[in-house]
Write a protein that binds this ligand. Structure first.
Ligand code: CUA
Length: 167
């Protein structure tokens, strides 16, 4: 079969590119262990009120480490606001009471899908004082755009210094 010379170059270029993409994909899966976030556990939405999620909120685990339990439902997160000291390491555990929601924290590496029946989890550190929104990024009905909670990271060192100055 005759293949034109230019055509052959294109075939080679495409083969090399596809090979590189395939190698990158395999490397990301098997060497760098890139994975979709997976549920840490399962929970029956009807049993949320009999679980640790009956009282969602921030649990102090000591050493500036926290567990944050959130419940999502149309169209709010509970709790609606948490306050953290600067540098806090927080592991979020989030469940949905009704349908699929999203859980995205501005300027932090947390982006979860909340599927009914699953507990989603992610850990991140809050190094910069400020206010960060938790946003539902999965369309969940007419109130979707209002489904927001707030994380306030307080500059504890600064407030301690201010208290010292006030004394
Ligand atoms: Cu919940 Cu969109």
């Amino acid at each position: 079969m005759h293949i034109d010379e230019l055509e052959r170059y294109w075939l080679i270029a495409v083969s090399v590119a596809l090979g590189a993409f395939g190698a990158a994909l395999l490397a990301s899966v098997f060497i760098f262990r890139v994975q979709l976030p997976s549920p840490v556990a399962r929970i029956d939405p009807a049993e949320i009120n009999e679980s640790a999620f009956a009282e969602p909120g921030l649990k102090d685990m000591g050493d500036n480490t926290y567990a944050a339990l959130f419940v999502a439902q149309m169209w709010a997160f509970t709790p609606g606001e948490i306050r953290l000291p600067k540098g806090a390491d927080v592991t979020f555990f989030v469940v949905s009471r009704d349908i699929s929601h999203g859980f995205f924290i501005e300027q932090h590496n947390v982006n979860l899908m909340l599927l009914p029946g699953q507990i989603a989890s992610a850990t991140t550190r809050f190094n910069r004082p400020g206010t960060y929104r938790i946003i539902c990024h999965e369309f969940c009905g007419p109130g979707h755009q209002n489904m927001v909670a707030t994380i306030i990271v307080e500059d504890t060192e600064q407030s301690t210094a201010e208290e010292a100055a006030a004394e």
